[in-house]
Design a protein around this ligand. Structure first.
Ligand code: AMP
Ligand code: MG
Length: 386
């Protein structure tokens, strides 16, 4: 049985289409839609990250997603629709707040967890009675899903536990020969996955920070709560996380990642010292830092502005993969403030670091006041540091 599954994985011939906005796009999209409808696997661009899609209502097709990704079967998939009007296909009931959020943020990088219809296959929802749903805001994704005429289950296209895929080069490397169709359309504009909210409870809960900032969601849902993502995922925590995906190791490059958090000038200094120490030990390393950092030299990768987190989000997974491809043993990464998309960025980095977070703190000044920088530094929603 096992052998034949592996054989099926090996046999796939991948059709690759580079979409450029021209006339040929329509032919490629029509082909990919048919493949989806018939139960095949199609990788497609969204505004967040690339997705690995299959017909959400076909148990067999969805099983193939889990198999190709090596995704644990207890981690449910997000179901993508081309329009909010299709919600009744998968959701049993839509609370008023969910309707308001959808009206404000769909199409867009927001996923709502709703009561599932009983005919949504259990493999899609990982056996839960809820379903996560999103209407993406990417013309190719929407045309593809509309053309397929079925809801499309699509997790991030990366193999399980690896950084998400946001650029054509890494998609080709990781998925050629594993799926039926690859639709390539440049780098993902937002670069981190959607924000996931459970709207079945009052107040609603953010299960995963993502491409829509909590600050913007609060304008529509002021009572929304952020659980303690980071503690929830720690080895010492005994409460099961509400979002099954949080249980698993995620976004991990091959190199060992350490995240540095604190006032930027102290963080850069700590990273510089660590670089010297590791070099003495002949350990190869990469430093991932913001544009504002004065660190330079071999192995330094710049990932965007610490004060404009959307610039970091859009580059994050690519830079993690670029640095990893250089074959280093260690990565030291500068943490950024958790405002706006900075929360999603830090969530991904804490997981990539598998909890290895160094808090760099300033010394008290003679005046008795703390280091000015500390007052503005990242603190998670519950006041804790990661
Ligand atoms: P990915 O598709 O890899 O971006 O991950 C989807 C995320 O949505 C994971 O963290 C899942 O655990 C989460 N998710 C999907 N469906 C549900 C659900 N029904 N309830 C709670 N979380 C969900
Ligand atoms: Mg994922």
């Amino acid at each position: 049985m096992r052998k034949s599954k592996e054989a099926r994985l090996r046999r796939r011939r991948t059709r690759i289409f580079r979409l450029s906005g021209g006339k040929d796009d329509q032919r490629a999209l029509a082909y990919a839609s048919t493949v989806l409808r018939k139960g095949g696997l199609v990788v497609f661009p969204t505004e967040t990250v690339y997705g690995l899609g299959a017909n959400a209502l076909s148990e067999r097709a969805v099983r193939d997603i889990f198999r190709v990704k090596g995704r644990p079967s207890d981690n449910p998939l997000i179901v993508h629709l081309s329009s909010v009007d299709d919600l009744p296909l998968v959701a049993q009931q839509v609370p008023a707040l969910a309707k308001r959020l959808a009206a404000n943020f769909w199409p867009g990088p927001l996923t709502l967890v709703l009561p599932a219809r009983s005919d949504v296959p259990k493999v899609t929802t990982a056996g839960m009675d809820s379903v996560a749903v999103r209407v993406p805001n990417h013309p190719i994704a929407r045309q593809l899903i509309a053309g397929a005429g079925v809801p499309v289950a699509a997790p991030s296209a990366n193999l399980s536990s690896r950084p998400s895929l946001t650029s054509p080069a890494y998609l080709l490397q990781e998925l050629s020969g594993k799926v039926d169709v690859l639709l390539l359309a440049g780098n993902s504009p937002i670069g981190v996955e959607s924000t996931v909210i459970d709207v079945r409870t009052s107040p609603p809960v953010v299960l995963r920070p993502g491409g829509l900032s909590v600050e913007r969601i609060r304008k529509v849902a002021p009572s929304i709560v952020l659980p303690t993502f980071f503690r929830e995922n720690s080895a010492t925590d005994t409460n099961p996380p509400r979002s099954p995906g949080l249980r698993h190791r995620h976004y991990a490059p091959k190199a060992r990642v350490t995240l540095y958090v604190g006032p930027p000038s102290l963080v850069w200094e700590a990273m510089r010292l660590r670089r010297s120490a590791l070099r003495q030990l002949h350990i190869s390393l990469a430093l991932l830092v913001s544009w504002e950092s004065p660190l330079k030299g071999e192995g330094v990768w710049k990932f965007g502005s610490r004060y404009t987190p959307s610039t970091v989000a859009s580059r994050l997974f690519r830079v993690l993969r670029d640095a990893d491809a250089s074959g280093v043993q260690e990565m030291l990464v500068e943490g950024i403030p958790i405002r706006g998309l900075g929360l999603a960025v830090m969530d991904r980095l804490v997981r990539a670091a598998d909890g290895r977070v160094i808090h760099v703190r300033g010394r008290k000044r003679r005046t008795g006041r703390g280091d000015q920088g500390l007052a503005q530094e990242p603190k998670f929603s519950d006041g804790s540091l990661p």
